[in-house]
Design a protein around this ligand. Structure first.
Ligand code: 4GX
Length: 229
């Protein structure tokens, strides 16, 4: 999978992807991450990318021409990219949206917006608008990073053959069951005896019950979608 990011702060993408799962996916050639500096498409001697809002008001708005020029430049070099604008007004991102992107696209072009937002006409330049959550960030760079990280770990070969990918939270539609490791007793809290029993069928049923109970209590909104069994 190829990820392209149009951003005013390309250097911000270096360190988050320099270690861990993503770094290995990059070195093994499973993913490629390329940043494209929007400033290179800025207007005039000052390479301007934003301006005051028509109609007045506080804050600056990103002009459409630099974004259009950047999108044209990247898609000219890399045809077929699925173009995504990250914005609080987009479709709410979740695990199933990530799985859809991982399964259906060979390459993504992510547009990171700064300031108060982008000129309304930028929406016509992309295929999809995505929000990573119902909160307001100051900068525009974290949303594409979140999307890249979430999609990358779903690509075949990235996590190795981990059976737990299927069992984990959100893929199963439930929150995860409680996990324990040594010591058997920590500050008065004991590991549930069933986990020490060696009875794997009993352990499987206990984990399933715990996951259901935890989801019912903490995230009842997820219960409607949870698979039976
Ligand atoms: N999920 N932000 C984007 C500027 C902006 C506003 C409107 C385009 C259109 C966010 C989120 C988020 C803050 C990043 C505002 N760009 N983006 N930025 N939540 O809060 O995606």
């Amino acid at each position: 999978m190829e990820f392209h990011v149009i951003t005013l702060f390309p250097e911000m993408f270096d360190s988050p992807f320099a270690s861990g799962i993503i770094a290995r996916a990059v070195t093994t050639g499973l993913v490629e991450i390329q940043t494209h500096n929007l400033r290179e498409h800025g207007l005039g001697n000052y390479r301007q990318v934003d301006d005051e809002p028509y109609g007045g008001g506080s804050g600056m708005v990103m002009r459409p021409e630099p974004i259009a020029a950047a999108i044209d430049a990247v898609t000219g070099q890399h045809p077929g990219l699925w173009r995504v604008l990250l914005t609080p007004q987009g479709e709410l991102f979740n695990q199933s949206a990530a799985a859809g992107l991982a399964a259906h696209h060979a390459g993504l072009l992510l547009v990171a917006g700064r300031y108060e937002g982008v000129d309304e006409r930028v929406r016509g330049l992309v295929d999809q608008e995505i929000s990573i959550g119902d909160y307001v960030l100051s900068g525009g760079e974290l949303p594409p990073m979140v999307l890249i990280e979430t999609v990358t770990r779903l690509l075949p070969g990235v996590l190795g053959n981990r059976a737990s990918l299927e069992e984990e939270s959100f893929s199963s539609g439930l929150l995860e069951y409680p996990h324990y490791t040594r010591p058997e007793v920590f500050r008065g809290g004991a590991v549930p005896p069933v986990l020490l029993s060696g009875d794997h069928e009993k352990i499987r049923r206990w984990r399933r019950e715990q996951a259901l109970e935890r989801t019912r209590k903490r995230r009842p909104d997820l219960m409607v979608k949870a698979p039976r069994g």
